[in-house]
Design a protein around this ligand. Structure first.
Ligand code: SF4
Length: 423
């Protein structure tokens, strides 16, 4: 296929495809799918070999967000049955992080729901980073706290944070239909602030929210333009209790095409499969490792992933290897700025947050003053509402064809519970 040969050649040269070429990847047929995966896999192996970087999410503060992101299980007023709790203490967060690191993760993603951090919140996160790095000096730490005010990115960098995640999520033209309480421009501004402060920028998208192919291509080209070091690709988890609960638009094949398109547009950056991996790729997850070079280990912010042991077995069975702390993630030409060689990134995830598509912790507002409920640390924890539990509990009856609500499990272990985390 001429298209694929062209895309491989461009990917090996770090040259962007044309917009039409990116759209053509999304329009390929199921008969062409394995050829698409093989082609994008060549680009992935050229820049990242067969390494898979593992990242581990720690949800520092869960739920009760004042923002209205339609996809998010933590939005204000959402009746999703998720765990709700205020800030973990540094030691609690450090213990959760240690479980992920022991499981093979090299990056810990510290995420808090909310519009954006207060200066007091930056203090809390700084204390948490210190506690984590005292126990694990080689760990990469990514913070995902929402929109940043002036000076906050510099304070995080000074506290030892390596990277900052803030997802663009979707195209500029459709952003207003997803969220009303902040703007696409707000998000771009925070990614730029993080980058300017020397933090490695992590910024990604959520697929499956009803967007068009053009929207997907637009947001990925925007991420390339922002020079993000890592691009988390979330697949929407349509949580019952959110406005997007009926948006079951993805198939495993569609997810693979999206990941391939992201790889061709952002050939030399860390492409991370984020929330919705198990739900939407299902038994095709191993094929996705030929496209992405990074995944989250274990659970997401508010939903449960497959067992960490199953993640590791999948990687080994597919012929890949877990990236070690001695191995630098990014190609040499992308090192030197940002957090330098420590985290192997330099230029621009939600933590890729959530990750869980339905949990990408972004934020709104730029002044950082409108902290959400529970951010003052006074609320007791945990205060899980206990409404739903276990796999499928978030899944009310649905008439949507193909909906796999049986695979949506609200997180009921790890931070905010008395049970050990999944790692
Ligand atoms: S994505 Fe972030 S800012 Fe938006 S509702 Fe969820 S926690 Fe709040």
């Amino acid at each position: 296929m001429d298209l694929l040969n062209t895309l491989v050649d461009k990917g090996l040269r770090r040259e962007a495809p044309t917009r039409d070429e990116a759209l053509a990847v999304l329009a390929t047929s199921d008969d062409e799918l394995l050829d698409v995966v093989a082609a994008a896999g060549k680009v992935r192996r050229h820049w990242f070999g067969r390494r898979v970087k593992l990242n581990y999410l720690v949800n520092l503060k869960s739920g009760l967000c004042p923002e209205d992101c339609s996809y998010c299980s933590q939005r204000l007023g959402a009746d999703t049955g998720i765990l709700k709790y205020t800030w973990l203490k540094p030691q609690e967060a450090s213990e959760a992080a240690a479980a992920g690191l022991a499981g093979g993760a090299k990056r810990v993603c510290l995420v808090a729901s909310g519009r954006g951090p207060t200066d007091r919140d930056i203090d809390r996160v700084s204390d948490t980073v210190k506690a984590i790095k005292e126990q694990n000096e080689d760990v990469e730490v990514c913070a995902c706290l929402g929109l940043l005010s002036e000076g906050q990115a510099e304070r995080l960098r000074g506290a030892g944070v390596d990277a900052y995640n803030h997802n663009l999520n979707t195209s500029e033209s459709t952003y207003g239909a997803i969220t009303k309480t902040h703007t696409y421009a707000d998000r771009v501004d925070t990614v730029r602030k993080a980058h300017a402060a020397g933090l490695s920028a992590c910024s990604g998208l959520i697929a499956g929210m009803g967007e068009t192919d053009a929207d997907l291509v637009d947001v990925v080209f925007s991420l390339r333009a922002l020079d993000a070091d890592s691009v988390p690709v979330n697949f929407l988890i349509p949580f019952e209790g959110t406005p997007l609960a009926k948006e079951w638009n993805l198939t495993p094949q569609r997810c693979l095409r999206i990941l391939a398109m992201v790889r061709f547009v952002c050939p030399d950056v860390e492409v991370r499969i984020a929330g919705g991996r198990e739900l939407h790729l299902r038994t095709l997850q191993p094929l996705a490792l030929h496209l992405a070079n990074s995944i989250f280990l274990g659970d997401y912010l508010t939903s449960e992933g497959q067992a960490g042991k199953a993640d590791l077995e999948m990687i080994a069975d597919a012929g890949f290897e877990v990236e070690t702390t001695e191995q630098v993630t990014l190609p040499e030409h992308r090192r030197g700025g940002g957090c330098g060689s420590v985290c192997g990134s330099d230029a621009a995830e939600a933590c890729g947050t959530e990750a869980g598509a339905a949990q990408a912790a972004g934020a709104a507002g730029t002044d950082g003053t409108a902290a959400g409920p529970g951010t003052d640390g006074t609320a007791s924890r945990p205060d899980a509402d206990g409404a739903a539990s276990g796999p499928g509990a978030a899944a009310a009856e649905t008439a949507v064809p193909g909906a796999r609500t049986d695979l949506v499990a609200v997180r009921r272990r790890g931070p905010g519970t008395d049970l050990a985390p999944n790692a």
